[in-house]
Design a protein around this ligand. Structure first.
Ligand code: SIN
Length: 266
């Protein structure tokens, strides 16, 4: 296998990859092609990939070190895997709000690779992805300059499904970070975990963050992925936020996520 096909879904974010079977041992050339497409398009989608957990972990391992989630319980036999599951008994689901995975860590994950094995029979359960390059670039230069000097506190709140610790894990990150591989600027606050912009009053911080959260919701920065059984989304957590819709209750939706470690934000 020497070539994959990369089909962009929007000019700003998202591409589908075809011509590849992820169960096979991938050549270094193909891994580099996927990495280049991933850095260019921020989130990649693959279909019809009937992987075992071991194959899923092995594929992810070609792009970095698996990350063990600090506060969410993992698959009983595979600490690298988070189980994403919702059914008729669910009171909440993972990720149904805009967020960046685990941004309350000093070095938030670089990538998340989610494989869906059960999808609701009548549709629904799509995941939305928002480009934080596009969100940053759409701000006025004056507001960009104001935000570039700011740092924000990210902290785990009382989220269902997360182990609560006496001192919730937290980290400070620049409000505008620089992607370590592409060098592009990224708007880096999310309503899942960002608590406060340092140096502003509570009211000022709240107004700035609310404005940015509304801005991030602009559909012009988004791609929406409709899952099918054995499809995979691989997103760059350093420049993408995502939102798992929950419009399919009481149907069942199930998937498995492998996440990769990152480096400190800058
Ligand atoms: C998540 O990783 O936040 C869940 C995404 C999804 O279920 O679509």
């Amino acid at each position: 296998m020497n070539a994959i096909t990369v089909s962009p879904i929007t000019p700003r974010i998202g591409a589908e990859i075809t011509g590849i079977d992820l169960r096979e041992e991938l050549s270094e050339t193909v891994v580099q092609q996927i990495r280049t497409a991933w850095l260019d398009h921020q989130v990649l989608f693959f279909r019809d990939q009937d992987l075992t957990h071991e194959q899923h972990i092995a594929f992810a391992g070609r792009f970095g070190e698996p990350h063990i989630h600090p506060t969410v319980s993992h698959h009983p036999n595979h600490p690298e895997i988070l189980v994403i599951h919702a059914d008729e008994n669910s009171k909440n689901v993972a990720g149904d709000g805009w967020h960046t995975d685990v941004s309350f860590e000093e070095s938030p994950p670089s990538a998340s690779i989610l494989r869906m094995t059960e999808v609701p029979p009548n549709g629904g359960g799509a995941t939305l992805f928002s480009s934080m390059y596009a969100a940053y670039e759409a701000l006025s230069p004056t507001f960009q300059e104001f935000l570039e000097k700011r740092v924000a506190l990210h902290q785990l709140g009382k989220l269902p499904g997360h182990r609560q610790e006496v001192t919730p894990p937290s980290a400070l990150h620049p409000v505008v970070s620089t992607h370590p591989e592409t060098g592009r600027k990224v708007l880096y606050v999310n309503q899942g975990f960002t608590k406060h912009v340092e140096g502003l009053t509570r009211e000022e911080s709240r107004s700035v963050l609310q404005h940015l959260y509304r801005h991030i919701e602009n559909p012009n920065f988004h791609v929406r992925f409709h899952w099918s059984k054995n499809s995979i989304a691989m997103w760059d957590n350093r420049c993408v936020q995502h939102y798992a819709t929950w419009d399919y209750f009481p149907a069942t939706r199930r998937g498995y996520r492998v996440t990769l470690t990152g480096t400190p934000s800058s």
